[in-house]
Design a protein around this ligand. Structure first.
Ligand code: HEC
Ligand code: HEC
Length: 154
């Protein structure tokens, strides 16, 4: 019995990285509150630690807005993102010159997964931007990016 249980655990662990459509945000109320205020609290798994560090070091100039935090919250969220950053899933998230990318939607992983979405679709008024994950992934807030949970709005 004991042996069977641990084999089951091992199989489950090995299977995890293959589940590309499940990206739950590890429980962290401060992250969800602060970084889910204007957009989805993005899955930390989709940028590497270097990219997250750059996002967190530039919050006063955050994609045309000011998302500054007090130092305690900023450093707690930076630690959280670093601990849960991509790596195996996304590889290094840097541009050709080695500069860390700040956008999930600029990463090779994202672009590969969204090959079939054309430029006009991204610009629809109901979508606005690739950053608006939940426009199409209707259960994104629970980390569900599976094909059956996609509804591309008109
Ligand atoms: C005051 C509003 C606001 C807050 C708070 C905020 N953001 Fe953003 N964020 C934005 C805007 C605006 C964009 C650009 C969206 C677009 O391009 O459509 C953005 C984009 C992003 C992107 C790039 C998305 C992509 O792939 O294109 C990341 C990553 C990101 N934010 C992380 C964070 C993190 C981490 C926090 C918490 C520390 C945070 N944001 C808090 C407004 C905010
Ligand atoms: C215009 C609608 C749209 C938007 C916006 C969008 N996606 Fe997607 N996404 C899709 C489609 C379509 C697919 C491909 C589904 C397939 O072929 O299985 C996909 C696939 C994915 C996958 C792969 C799932 C798998 O089964 O391997 C992930 C992960 C994902 N999207 C994350 C995101 C994230 C994170 C954002 C926001 C930063 C986002 N998407 C924004 C439409 C969208």
């Amino acid at each position: 019995m004991k042996i069977r249980l641990s084999i089951a655990t091992l199989v489950a662990t090995l299977a995890l990285p293959a589940l590309a459509d499940r990206l739950p945000v590890p429980g962290n109320p401060v992250y969800v509150e602060e970084c889910g205020a204007c957009h989805l609290a993005y899955p930390p798994q989709l940028l590497d630690a270097h990219s997250w560090l750059h996002v967190m070091n530039g919050l006063d100039k955050h994609f045309g807005t000011d998302a500054s935090l007090d130092e305690r919250r900023r450093s707690a969220i930076t630690d959280f993102l670093g601990r849960n950053a991509g790596g195996r899933k996304t590889g290094v998230t840097a541009d050709a010159k080695g500069q860390p990318l700040l956008r999930i939607s600029d990463t090779a992983y994202f672009q590969r997964k969204h090959r079939e979405v054309d430029a006009a679709t991204w610009k629809r008024a109901s979508i606005k931007s690739p950053a608006n994950c939940a426009a199409c992934h209707v259960n994104a807030a629970t980390g569900d990016y599976s094909e059956r949970s996609i509804k591309i709005p008109k």
